[in-house]
Design a binder for this molecule. Sequence first.
Ligand SMILES: Nc1ncnc2c1ncn2[C@@H]1O[C@H](COP(=O)(O)OP(=O)(O)OP(=O)(O)O)[C@@H](O)[C@H]1O
Length: 585
Amino acid sequence: MKDFLKIKSFFLPYKRYFILSMLFLVAMTGMGVLAPLLLKYLVDDVILKEQYELVPYVALAVIVVAILKGAFQFLSSYMGHQLGINTVYDLRNSLYQKLQYLSLGYYSRAKTGDLMARLTGDVEKIRNFLSGGMVKLTRIFLTFIAGLSVMAFYSVKLTAVTFIVLGLLIAVAYRFQKVVRPSFRTIRKSVADLNTGIQENIMGIRTVKSFGHEAFEESKFYHRNDEFKQAHLDSSRIWSRYFPVMEMLGGSCIVILLGYGGFLVLNEELSLGALVAFFSLIWLIVNPLTDLGFTINNFMQSVTSAERLNELLETPEDILSPQEPVYQQNNKTEINFKDVSFGYQTRKDTLSDINLDVSPGKTIGVLGATGSGKSSIIQLLFRAYDTTEGAVHVNGNDTRQLHLSKLRREFGIVMQEPFIFSASILDNIRYGDPYASMEKIIDSAKLADAHEFISELPQGYDTIVGERGLGLSGGQKQRIAIARALLVNPEVLVLDDATSALDMETEYHILSNLKSMMTNQSTFIIAHRISSLKNADEIIVLDKGKIVERGTHQELLQQNGIYRKTYDVQHASQTENLRRRSRAL
Ligand SMILES: Nc1ncnc2c1ncn2[C@@H]1O[C@H](COP(=O)(O)OP(=O)(O)OP(=O)(O)O)[C@@H](O)[C@H]1O
């Protein structure tokens, strides 16, 4: 309940819908109670007193009451839906906004399937309750109070017996919701497992096919699907028992009350009309009561969902802009790593004692074995993470003092595995600058050596590339990503193993284009191939998170260290390749 109230900031702006829904509900309950009173009047004052000329008027009154009840029910339910739909609209937007600002550290721990479930299934549970469940629960309560009060007015004895009998129904409904709740939990878990399985299978379909593991995947899916089916069967078994039991109990209650009520009428302790009214009122109460178990469950599920949503909403955004950022006018970007150390949560010593000065127009090459910390250096540049010790400075200011979005806009970053959106190539390139002219887009594509292959596609720049860029080769994706980064005229361009899928000739062509273009801007090139780095102004070699060598290509060759060894290995294999080719010719 506490968790449900925590999301009150989302439904308070729509409290008018809540108030209106409750007012219409009270009016509807009033009409519901009025109808049995008209019946009493019909029996006691019209039929028994043989004033038959009043029958059409009473009939008309019954019709008016029924119409009003229907209208109030419609309005109450409509207002309830307005409350639910508008609240979750805002809630979903806030959750999505939260996801945009959570740090990469959060994402490296989070599960995609779980986040998706929160933004869809859990939000939907809240809507279900606000739209319908809450009105239903209040209606049960109001009808119960109003109905019993009217009953007590006519016969305290019969009301007391009714109270006891209805108590039995409530106890069964409560017991039922306790039994069915675990089965709902099992269903939710099996839905999550099934979704995760399907999601992973689609994402990894290339790997599945390359191993010829279709049948293996099928059997894995059968197993999960079977658990899902079983969970539903178990729950439906409980459900199937619930309604007949409630129906039978409701029927038995009516029989008991009819017997006792008849006895009171015979003893002239109750009028016949009051007994008829009594039964209408009992049905009015019993009908929604049979749904009580379901409604309580609906509420319980929304409470669990509110708990999961609050957890996400309350997750701290650990990388934030400072309250009063330092304003920078300088266009050219100078970067300094000052005694920087950094570690991820699971690994504390990813980078240690990094010192690096990068002046505008310079190119820095980064080499190192896999896992040596190359990409981590880049993550610190644009504050994907903060340093554990030391600081990264941009134009003399600690990056933590700068406006986060402005800082990030200075960089054009091409990641190791570029993400291609399911959209046209044009939209993919202009992602960083939606208003860029076509001329500028083509220029960037030309610099990234992508224009030629794009022009050869039947739809050219308008070609839609499938989810995750399916349909494009690794090298084509990399070139689109490079064009995208170049389009924003970055002050600092970062190529994080971004040319690994390209042949050496294409890579050379692109790097030469960049060299002539980035005269005032700096470039970071992370690569495993010496050929990608050798023209850099300074090359740093990382080993286990430390800079162990630094200098130009020629200087590093002299040092006889890791760089030299890497060069020899790559050079030897190239020479061997050339030798093989010439032999083959
Ligand atoms: N999000 C993360 N959470 C925890 N540890 C991480 C994370 N990202 C990287 N690491 C760890 O930090 C170390 C350095 O990783 P990094 O990606 O910087 O290496 P790299 O030199 O770029 O490797 P590669 O050449 O394979 O891309 C590795 O041991 C890696 O397992």
